[in-house]
Write a protein that binds this ligand. Structure first.
Ligand SMILES: [Zn+2]
Length: 285
């Protein structure tokens, strides 16, 4: 058993929001590290509860005059709609800390882009970081992988606008992931047992990085040094956010900056394809 507590103390001073992009980046990494370690029931001896302080004013509790609190998130996060990836919880954040947009496969469609554009245009006083968060075992990416591996499936979703809206955006990352796996292993990589899992997890990282790079490009003009873009992948087993995990005991937490150009994406694809995580899936020791 372990305790994860949200605490509201109207008399406690408000927590100071991070002033810089670097501080916002660190706060999310620290928050995820704290969440991952407290929920690690195998290693935790269960003495200390993990307390997340909710600012009373952020919940509208401290205002005697009945006015609503001002919206002041320090980061905007584009994450997957998957129920196992509750964004605020896994970063140990509370009300009014994060501006969260969630959609299957964390794809960047018009409505999501519009929501993030609102945040960048209107919440610049507090906003310091834009984050795209993918996750392992993503069903939307798995769907795109199936469509890639079994081309006849294209016909199944060709007439489904909702499915195409998600899967087609992910297919670019799946193709890039396949190319990286081919380069690292062989032209016949799809014959190796575990290929589908390896393709999915490589595509998860590339898809997340591509969405982050798109965000950076989209908001390039309005982004000064005060606002940065990062991405990461939440691992459903270790509960850590990073790009890959060496093993189920790897507790490395790290957000990354998106690649700048196609060379950067090629390098990232190869880095993920060569990682211990992917080698393990392909049963290559
Ligand atoms: Zn997902």
């Amino acid at each position: 058993m372990f305790d994860l507590i949200y605490r509201i103390d109207p008399d406690a001073p408000s927590a100071k929001p991070p002033k810089t992009a670097k501080a916002a980046w660190k706060r999310l990494e620290d928050g995820n590290r704290a969440f991952a370690s407290v929920s690690d029931i195998h290693r935790h001896t269960q003495t200390e509860p993990h307390i997340i302080t909710l600012n009373a004013e952020a919940l509208g509790l401290a205002k005697a005059d009945g006015t609503a609190p001002k919206q002041t998130p320090f980061a905007a996060v584009l994450g997957c709609a998957d129920a196992r990836v509750p964004i605020e919880l896994i970063f140990s954040q509370a009300a009014n800390d994060l501006f969260v947009v969630r959609v299957a496969g964390n794809v960047l469609g018009a409505e999501c882009l519009g929501s993030l554009d609102f945040a960048v245009s209107n919440l610049g006083g507090s906003l310091r970081l834009l984050v795209v968060l993918g996750h392992t075992g993503c069903g939307a990416v798995a769907g795109a992988v199936k469509a890639f591996m079994e081309p006849h499936m294209y016909l199944d979703f060709a007439t489904s606008h909702p499915l195409r809206a998600v899967l087609e955006r992910i297919l670019v990352a799946v193709r890039a992931a396949h190319r990286a796996l081919e380069q690292v292993y062989s032209q016949d990589v799809e014959q190796i047992p575990g290929y589908e899992d390896a393709l999915r997890e490589t595509a998860v990282v590339l898809n997340t990085a591509m969405m982050a790079a798109s965000l950076k490009k989209e908001f390039c003009d309005s982004m000064g040094p005060q606002l940065a873009v990062a991405y990461g992948v939440y691992n459903l087993v270790t509960r850590c956010v990073s790009l890959t995990q060496k093993s189920q005991n790897d507790t490395n937490v790290q957000l990354a900056a998106p690649p700048e150009n196609s060379d950067g994406f090629d390098k990232l694809g190869l880095q993920i394809a060569k990682s211990d995580m992917i080698r393990r899936m392909l049963r290559i020791e």
